[in-house]
Design a protein around this ligand. Sequence first.
Ligand SMILES: NCC(=O)CCC(=O)O
Ligand SMILES: [Zn+2]
Ligand SMILES: [Zn+2]
Length: 329
Amino acid sequence: MVEIPSLLHAGYHHPVQRPWQAERALTKASLVYPIFISDQPDDKYEIKCMPEQYRWGINRLAEFLDPLVAKGLTSVMLFGVVRPAHKDARASIADSPENPVIKAIPLLRSRYPNLHIGCDVCLCDYTDHGHCGTINDDGTINNTDSVKRLTEIALAYAKAGADYVAPSDMMDGRIKAIKQALLDFGIAHRVSIMAYSAKFASGMYEPFRDACDSAPAFGDRRCYQLPPSARGLARRALLRDANEGADILMVKPGLPYLDIVRDAKNDFPNHPIAVYQVSGEYSMLWRAAEAGVLDLQRTVIENLESMLRAGATIILTYYTPRLLDWLSA
Ligand SMILES: NCC(=O)CCC(=O)O
Ligand SMILES: [Zn+2]
Ligand SMILES: [Zn+2]
């Protein structure tokens, strides 16, 4: 007598049946593409260690995005890059009309009326010291002042037309402050908050520092980003942000933190969970494929499907342009 529950192969023998075994399918609509907007309007600067990724000036956004939108790009997250001379201790350029993100939003809005446009909110791209908050005389983070600046910046992007703001700073209490500011301004119904809630102090952000020219001038970010082994802190950070009004909870980086993604989905089954496949993950896969070690398409899709399996429904990835092709085939 055959033991029926031991027979699994038939359930995935036919290729059509394999996706039926997935809880969530990888679709173009799951993807958010992080993009870098330069303050030099004609710029197309190839980012070191991130092949095929560029900082784009606002005069070149159409050339860059027209083909991607045509292929089904639905959501972007904007990062601004400004020249060092425009940075200061309080990130003044972050919410000035001269900010490249603030200039880009209305252009994108009018050219792509259906595109979902979000903005990373942080100080590190715009501070001369490169930290994600403002700094006390003793070199520590001034959390109260940082939250004030982050709130002003988030509100500026929302007023410029962003559909969502994504605070990546990891300061205490910023989600609540930003939600309140959106409410006070009467736009809380149309602007959501994607909270970088469980953002770990990772070695895999290294290529991003060239993308945004945002390496800290002194010290590191370990006093506000989470220690890599801290599962409990991550769950508390997710809980804190959920309680403060985050609409979407994010875990970052992706692949090494899929247990945290699962924790997030288990603890918050009623929130969408996002995961950020960061610059180092992008580069590792790229370089391995370039060296002939693995097949890029197959492995990228495997990585992303693992993120979905862990509980995410939103994936931020620099592979989005490639995926729009792969998922069309
Ligand atoms: N707020 C964005 C980052 O801190 C880094 C992202 C990456 O490494 O891709
Ligand atoms: Zn930052
Ligand atoms: Zn950052």
